[in-house]
Design a protein around this ligand. Structure first.
Ligand code: MN
Length: 430
């Protein structure tokens, strides 16, 4: 495991005043995003309190002179090239950002490169060539399985192989992008033909997204001991899902049009180095469960101590300026059966070539109790236990105009807490 350095020092403060005690973006976080910037294809920015430092003008002002030249790929228009550099350069760039944003000697040079975060327009931070979604919470898999197979909720492969499917990269959108209700085929009533029309069971899935760095050549697996080093950073991810379309189409090859119409991600990538203080050991497997096979046996198998939450509001609530309601809260580190590194090792175990900017979704993050379930399918138990909103409205699944908001926060003793920001999306009519 990598050691903490001065960028994690809880006593470190920034000359950007709003960074002090900032709930999401104190100087100990320094997440990266891609934003619109003049006529360029985009610019990388780093969050610091309520501001963001744009890297191209910061580099012009002299930041990063002492870095290896490759690390200055942070000045490019997307994160792929930087994420293709060695992890030592990711770390060096983070340290140089932390040093400059905490040293008043830099203030006059860097202040012109700061922008208020709320004025920025965000883009997907990488050119994402491949997106894979997993199913790594055994609570989620057991809940969903028990709805469809009460006698046999968890299939026999679950404890041996991290289940996943290839998603669609081109429909990944950044937080704030509205999501149009998809149309699709749904199961016929007995003796009838299937129907085609707007989904009637639109759902969200609370997930973490894992952005990969580096690359392995096709045909060259990633050894278990090297899988964690491929994790560049994480974000919040909403795997929007149309349950009625999914139920009709998913056998025998898995999800397709029920999920590829949109996947929302939070704009800020919280980097692997920022997560170091929040590493905790994966929970022990329940007694009687098999040990993972050799290629999935990760040395020092960590996960991230993070509390995730689902918030929700409706068009009527927004018109009245009502506060969002909290639908679910879950501890990520307690919810997952497979760790982030195990997902990476498994994905490459057949020689599949993973590429910088590839995105892995963890699968719906659900915990043991009803209030920790990460999608409406589980939260309302297929609509049989609808949510009641403060104004008396009810929800089994999402209605047009509903907005879903994910938040996440990492905390650990002795460390300054950091946030993942926010992933939001409003549902448009079909
Ligand atoms: Mn999913």
């Amino acid at each position: 495991m990598n050691a903490l350095d001065r960028s994690h020092d809880p006593g470190r403060q920034s000359w950007v005043a709003s960074a002090q005690s900032h709930p999401d973006f104190p100087i100990q976080n320094l997440p990266l995003a891609r934003v619109k910037h003049g006529n360029t294809p985009g610019a990388i920015a780093v969050a610091i309190g309520d501001e963001a430092l744009l890297l191209p003008p910061a580099i012009e002002a002299g930041w990063g002179k002492d870095l290896p030249p490759g690390a200055l790929s942070l000045g490019l228009s997307a994160l792929n090239v930087f994420a293709g550099r060695p992890p030592a350069e990711w770390r060096a760039a983070r340290l140089a950002l932390s040093d400059a944003l905490s040293d008043r000697a830099w203030e006059s040079r860097l202040r012109p490169a700061l922008r208020p975060r709320e004025e920025l327009e965000y883009l997907v931070p990488f050119q994402v060539y491949d997106f894979t979604d997993f199913y790594a919470s055994a609570y989620h898999a057991t809940n969903v399985g028990s709805m469809f197979r009460p006698d046999n909720p968890l299939l026999p492969n679950y404890k041996w192989v991290p289940i996943g499917y290839h998603g669609r990269a081109s429909s990944i959108v950044v937080s704030g992008t509205p999501v149009r209700r998809p149309r699709g085929q749904t199961a016929p009533a007995e003796g009838a033909a299937p129907a085609f029309g707007p989904t009637r069971s639109l759902d969200y899935e609370l997930e973490l997204g894992i952005f990969l760095g580096g690359r392995n050549a096709l045909g060259t697996p990633v050894p278990a001991s090297e899988a964690a080093a491929r994790i560049f950073g994480i974000c919040l991810l909403n795997d929007w899902s149309a349950r009625d379309i999914q139920a009709w189409e998913y056998q025998p090859l898995g999800p397709f049009l029920a999920k590829n119409f949109a996947t929302s991600i939070s704009p800020w990538v919280v980097t692997a180095d920022a997560l170091l203080p929040f590493h905790v050991a994966m929970p022990a497997r329940p007694s009687g469960d098999p040990e993972p096979l050799e290629h999935l046996r990760i040395p020092d198998n960590w996960t991230v101590a993070a509390r995730l939450e689902v918030l929700f509001n409706t068009a009527a609530m927004r018109a009245r300026h009502d506060a969002d309601i909290v639908v679910s809260e879950v501890r990520f580190e307690q919810a997952m059966y497979w760790s982030p590194a195990q997902l990476v090792a498994h994905h490459a175990s057949n020689g599949c070539n993973l590429y910088m900017g590839d995105l892995l979704g963890t699968g719906t993050v659900s915990g043991p109790d009803p209030a920790s379930r990460g999608c409406l399918l589980e939260r309302t138990w297929r609509g049989t236990e609808p949510l009641t909103l403060p104004d008396g409205e009810t929800r089994k699944f999402l209605e047009d105009g509903d907005e879903v908001v994910f938040r996440g926060r990492c905390s650990a003793g002795g460390a300054v807490s950091i946030g993942l920001g926010e992933c939001r999306g409003v549902v448009l009519p079909a």
